[in-house]
Design a protein around this ligand. Structure first.
Ligand code: SP5
Ligand code: ZN
Length: 338
């Protein structure tokens, strides 16, 4: 399988995140991507597709904010990472505010996702990594590819960051595939956390099926999305499928949900699958609570490959850094062996 990675993604290294009422060491470290890259070996060169495919999944004002936020933070006399502390409650009226703190609140939904001096550059090349990995699927020269994206993307919406995510790599690639002629694309999100940003971006889009298997948001982040009754709206009604699972979930119950998701995807009849893959379902993940083993990832990869669809695999979460390389390799090996 072709692996795509760009080292410019490593520069993003936020120091702290707000966790349980205090500032804690940030879980989304550059070493995550480094260790996977080392484990997988040679990587393909990433191409620059420019800003326009990013603007097909995100609003222009959000992209401008993300690119300039840290400069504005420094201009306001601050140091370190830019992070918000005031948020407009849902449905608060739109205001044309200029203060950096107001903008940070307007374009985010949590305090776990700081903007550093290098965030734009890293996130930009993360999105280009996903687009570069999509290219061989679009021209038919490959049937599967892996985009080693960092920072992750699935929590980022059209006009907001959160959950360690800034640009939604999977959504950007999905929309690019739609624009290249794929009439129906399915996204399967198997990160431990619900992919709220991806769901929001395609919520009213009937040409993209979004299926997610994740920890029940009654107990786990991001709480406000991912409940079983969320199914899309308008033209997208029925094109979103949420399969929340309880903490402690092991492989058998996980595979039941996976078969359900794959059956719904098969019924949608897409010509391309985008897999948002988080290895934070791992039994040893420091911030998550499922019990998936390294060997289980090969089984999961094999079941997904059995769908028989051209597949773009996009890296999302996974915070057991020492085991991350082996867990990713296991999923990719299981996928390829099928
Ligand atoms: C892409 C992804 O997996 N994002 C996950 C975001 C989860 N954020 C909430 C969990 C807070 C855990 N904080 C742990 C700090 C440890 N130093
Ligand atoms: Zn996650």
């Amino acid at each position: 399988m072709q692996i795509f990675f760009d080292r410019r993604q490593l520069a993003h290294a936020p120091a702290l995140e707000l966790h349980n009422g205090g500032w804690a060491e940030h879980a989304e470290k550059p070493s995550r991507a480094e260790i996977v890259c080392e484990r997988l070996g040679a990587c393909e060169t990433v191409r620059d597709f420019g800003r326009s495919p990013l603007a097909r999944a995100h609003t222009a004002d959000y992209l401008d904010f993300l690119e300039t936020a840290h400069t504005r933070w420094i201009a306001a006399g601050r140091s370190g990472d830019a992070v918000g502390y005031t948020w407009p409650v849902v449905r608060r009226r739109p205001l044309d505010l200029d203060r950096i703190d107001a903008l940070l609140g307007r374009y985010s939904y949590d305090a776990g996702t700081p903007i550093t001096a290098d965030t734009w550059e890293a996130a930009y090349w993360g999105a280009q990594t996903a687009l570069s990995a999509l290219a061989p699927l679009l021209d038919g020269s490959a049937s599967a590819s892996f985009a080693l994206c960092r920072p992750p993307g699935h929590h980022a919406g059209a006009d907001y960051l959160g959950g360690y995510c800034y640009l939604n790599n999977a959504a950007i690639a999905t929309q690019a595939a739609r624009d290249a002629g794929h009439a129906r694309v399915a996204i399967l999100d198997i990160d431990y956390h619900h992919g709220n940003g991806t769901q929001d971006i395609f919520w009213e889009d009937g040409s993209v099926f979004f299926a997610s298997i994740h920890a029940d948001p009654s107990t786990d982040y991001p709480f406000f999305w991912g409940h079983a009754d969320e199914a899309g709206d308008g033209a997208g009604a029925g094109a979103t499928l949420n399969l929340p699972l309880p903490r402690g979930t092991k492989l058998p119950a996980y595979l039941d949900a996976l078969e359900q998701a794959l059956a719904a995807i098969a019924a949608f009849d897409p010509s391309l699958l985008v897999l948002s893959f988080g290895a934070d379902t791992f039994e040893g993940d420091p911030i998550s609570h499922f019990a998936i083993t390294r060997a289980d990832y090969a089984t999961i990869g094999g079941r997904i490959a059995a769908a028989g669809l051209p597949t773009l695999i996009v890296m999302e979460g996974g915070y057991a850094v020492a085991e991350l390389g082996d867990n990713v390799a296991s999923l990719l090996d299981g996928f390829t062996a099928r």
